[in-house]
Structures are given as structure tokens and as C-alpha cells.
Write a protein that binds this ligand. Structure first.
Ligand code: FES
Length: 165
């Protein structure tokens, strides 16, 4: 097959000018696409749905569900509700070692982690490791309908009680 003759470069034109022009246009197009993509990402980030606070609140139920005495475990919230004459408290059931769920231990009155054997007393203080820290308490309140509501994102001191009535 015979090669077609190429046009000779125009007089005064730089050799390779067409290729540079083409590469310049491709580079400008790529930069434009990248700029649009960056702007789109920024807008998506700025408009991302964000929730503050309420997502950590859980309605636990009517007060009658939590009689004084032994801790009542609420699986949905991962807390034990402790009720005594002074009020209500919510103790996280998440072991401070690696996050397993502790169980109430009737024999000792405290809590035991089934994963690696950590033991806690009735106030959630560590009796035996490997747990590095006590279980923590979170805020518990009553809503307008009198139901118990826990806020898992609001840690409180161990002696913080909510009076109920
Ligand atoms: S996760 Fe509880 S002792 Fe390891």
C-alpha cells in the first residue's frame, strides 16, 4: 500500500507546532475536568447531612419496666438501668477492654465480661482486668410522657442520679 504524501509544513511554521497545540488543548481540558470534579466534591462535602445530639438518645420505656433492685439490661441502648431510692442511673454495658457487652452477675452483684473475663463491681469499677477502666455512666431522663430516655453521648459521674416520679 502506498503512503499518501503529507502536506509540507507551511512556510514560517514551527516544526511540531500542531502536536504542541493539541497537547495544550488536551491539558486544558483535563485541568477543566479536574477543577469541576474538585468543585463538586467540595459542594457534596458542604451539603453532607449532619446530625447533632438527638441520634444518641434512646427511649427506654415506661418507669414500671425498671423496678428498684437488680440492674435491668436494655439491649437496644446497651445500658443497664440501675434504680434505687435516690433515683435512676444508666450504666454502659460496653466493656472498656475491647468493647464486648458485659453481663450482670447475680452472684457478685457486679458485671462480668464474657470475652476476656474482666470483672466489675456493682458501680462498674474494675475488679479484675484486662479492662483498663471502669464502665461509664450516661445521662438518663424522663421525657414529657414520663418514659425513660437515655443519652448515650452524655457521660455523667457515677453518683449522678435522675429523680423520677
Ligand atoms: S472485651 Fe471485655 S475483657 Fe476483653
Amino acid at each position: 500500500m502506498a503512503k499518501e504524501p503529507q502536506d509540507p509544513p507551511e512556510a514560517g511554521a514551527e516544526p511540531g507546532a500542531d502536536r504542541r497545540d493539541f497537547l495544550w488543548k488536551v491539558g486544558c481540558a483535563a485541568l477543566g475536568v479536574a477543577t469541576l470534579e474538585a468543585a463538586g466534591s467540595t459542594l457534596r462535602f458542604a451539603k453532607a447531612p449532619v446530625s447533632y445530639g438527638p441520634a444518641q438518645r434512646r427511649v427506654l420505656g415506661e418507669l414500671a419496666r425498671f423496678p428498684p433492685g437488680e440492674p435491668v439490661y436494655v439491649e437496644d441502648a446497651g445500658v443497664f438501668i440501675l434504680r434505687d431510692a435516690k433515683g435512676m442511673r444508666a450504666l454502659s454495658a460496653t466493656c472498656t477492654h475491647l468493647g464486648c457487652t458485659v453481663r450482670s452477675d447475680r452472684a457478685s452483684g457486679g458485671f462480668i465480661c464474657p470475652c476476656h473475663g474482666s470483672r466489675y463491681d456493682a458501680e462498674g469499677k474494675v475488679l479484675a482486668g484486662p479492662a483498663p477502666a471502669s464502665l461509664h455512666f450516661v445521662r438518663v431522663d424522663q421525657d414529657r410522657r414520663g418514659r425513660l430516655v437515655v443519652d448515650l453521648g452524655a457521660p455523667v459521674e457515677a453518683d449522678h442520679r435522675t429523680k423520677v416520679g
